[in-house]
Design a protein around this ligand. Structure first.
Ligand code: CAA
Length: 259
């Protein structure tokens, strides 16, 4: 299917999702969100898709945030709706049962950083810039930036970035643990593919279990230790487990059926 604001392509099991509003620095408007949701739904059900790379088109921006022009005249109710919808769609990414990586190729600001933080793994190009500049616009972050930034880099540094609205460079983002790798821009996709392909060689069922367990750590009212017992136990009834253990015992590489 063709989308107006996002480019998609499937190659060797990877779905490339490229935000494609380069003139607006890939700012996230309502249309982007509804296309993203449809893409995720398709990706979930498409057995050809084993993992995702989300990136931005052009060499300047991953995404420079929510579309300021679109929400500039919103009411309180519309503001709440915008936030709840964005949070809901980013939660789909965070809990997606296939690995989702962010290849951050430039500015990741506001909602753009919030999108990257919802992904399972983040890689950045050397020119990438990160920040939650919402306070400079008179708003708080709305797509769970206050929550995920705090989870990823800790309260003290998160509060500093959130309250100053400061923009940081890729090397500082790496030091803070906000991204896993920083590479030259021309190597960004290849490095992201390398990580994703390593994950894609593992049992998809077990990888999905890991995502569920880690997410449980951050979910109120859910005991992550109990979740792990459940997920671990479930694996013993899967074909992937039989294949993985048989391959080990017979000194061969596993070929996981993914069920
Ligand atoms: N929304 C809408 N349009 C945006 C945008 C955004 N978030 N960010 C950039 N653009 C547009 C600019 O308006 C400009 O369009 P025009 O040519 O039509 O004027 C175009 O993209 C290029 O931008 P600049 O000319 O500003 O480029 P620059 O290189 O001088 O600056 C920048 C780059 C520092 C990223 C600057 O564009 C900027 O500060 N953008 C806004 C960043 C921001 O505040 N993001 C947070 C948004 S609020 C949010 O995300 C809330 C939330 O959590 C839900």
């Amino acid at each position: 299917m063709k989308y107006e604001n996002i480019l998609t392509e499937i190659k060797d099991g990877i779905l490339y999702v490229t935000l494609n509003r380069p003139k607006q620095l890939n700012a996230l408007n309502k249309a982007v969100f509804s296309e993203l949701e449809a893409i995720l739904k398709d990706a979930e059900n498409n057995p050809e898709v084993k993992g995702l790379i989300i990136t931005g088109s052009g060499d300047k921006a991953f995404a420079a945030g929510a579309d300021i022009k679109e929400f500039a005249h919103f009411t309180v109710e519309q503001g709440k709706e915008l936030s709840a919808n964005g949070q809901r769609i980013f939660k789909i990414i965070e809990t997606f049962k296939k690995p989702v990586t962010a290849a951050i190729n430039g500015f990741a600001l506001g909602g753009g950083l919030e999108l990257a933080m919802a992904c399972h793994i983040r890689l950045a190009s050397e020119n990438a810039r990160f920040g939650q500049p919402e306070v400079s616009l008179g708003v708080t972050p709305g797509y769970a930036g206050t929550q995920r930034l705090t989870q990823l880099i800790g309260k003290g540094k998160a509060l500093e970035l959130l309250m100053t609205g400061a923009m940081i460079k890729a090397d500082e983002a790496l030091k803070l643990g906000l991204v896993n790798y920083v590479v030259p821009q021309e190597e960004l996709i290849a490095k992201t593919e390398e990580i994703l392909k390593t994950i894609m060689k593992q049992s998809p069922v077990a990888v999905a279990g890991v995502i569920t367990c880690v997410d449980a750590y951050f979910t109120d009212g859910i005991d992550g230790f109990k979740t792990e017992v459940e997920e671990f136990g479930k694996c013993f009834g899967t074909e992937d487990f039989k294949e993985g253990t048989d391959a080990f015992l017979n000194k061969r590489k596993p070929n996981f059926p993914g069920k």
